[in-house]
Design a protein around this ligand. Structure first.
Ligand code: SF4
Length: 244
């Protein structure tokens, strides 16, 4: 890395201008910045900024095999609008066949262990392959989506994946995201208009009711306190000590 973390943080800290920050990071880590999209509204904002400005950041999605039809539709519409082909990473077929043979196709409803096993095979393991060889991972995480994310820094070290992680829209509000989508005519998942906030796999995502927490729509049959899927594990480790 040819820049100190402190300098990098001072350049990107609190910046709501996602495009300029993405340009800066792509310059700092040539061919080693990648963005994971699940085609939610915030991800579509970042995809738009990358592709409409030709920023050299690769884009991938984790196709778990259990996504909503609407997600595949917005994926196709995005490919078409930006004349691109967003790359997909798939679960290891051997792991998945063994798991489903032993547990059945919907075992995630039966126990937290089964749910975490399914998330590991369909998301966590493919993510490790997708991030391999990269230095920085861009995500569409927003603080509004989980109490765990309130104090999250925009730039953090992901110890489990050994990669720097940057969340350009962490402090954007839902209205800001929607406004950007509308102003720029960006394709978005129509499920957002039906009460779906954070859209993941179809069997594990539902619309939320007025007044419910944003995360109530994911794994609603489980304890509400800790419902991350293992993709985003946050540590307290100092960035400066790791990457300077
Ligand atoms: Fe499996 Fe549900 Fe996790 Fe998707 S969200 S990987 S279907 S447990």
């Amino acid at each position: 890395m040819n820049i100190s973390v402190d300098k990098l943080l001072s350049q990107i800290g609190g910046d709501h201008n996602s495009k300029d920050t993405l340009q800066l990071l792509a310059l700092q880590f040539p061919a080693q910045v990648t963005f994971s999209t699940s085609f939610g509204m915030e991800d579509q904002v970042i995809t738009h900024d990358i592709l409409s400005n030709n920023i050299p950041i690769s884009i991938f999605s984790l196709d778990t095999g259990r996504l909503f039809p609407e997600t595949y539709s917005v994926w196709s519409a995005t490919n078409e609008k930006y004349s691109t082909h967003i790359k997909a990473f798939y679960p290891d077929h051997g792991l998945l066949e063994t798991f489903v043979a032993a547990k059945g196709p919907n075992s995630f409803y039966e126990s937290v262990d089964n749910r975490k096993g399914c998330c590991y095979i369909r998301k966590v393991e493919p993510l490790k392959r997708a991030l391999s060889g990269n230095a920085l991972w861009i995500t569409g995480l927003r603080a509004e989506h989980s109490p765990d994310r309130k104090d999250l820094p925009m730039l953090e070290w992901d110890e489990s994946n050994k990669i720097l992680k940057y969340h350009p829209l962490l402090h954007w509000s839902t209205d800001e995201v929607r406004g950007y989508i509308n102003d720029n005519n960006i394709p978005y998942n129509p499920l957002h208009d039906k009460g779906f906030i954070s859209i993941g796999c179809a069997p594990c995502t539902r619309a939320i009711r007025p007044g419910e927490d944003f995360r109530a729509g994911r794994w609603w049959w489980e304890d509400q306190s800790n419902k991350e899927c293992g993709l985003h594990v946050h540590t307290e480790q100092s960035l400066t000590s790791i990457v300077q």
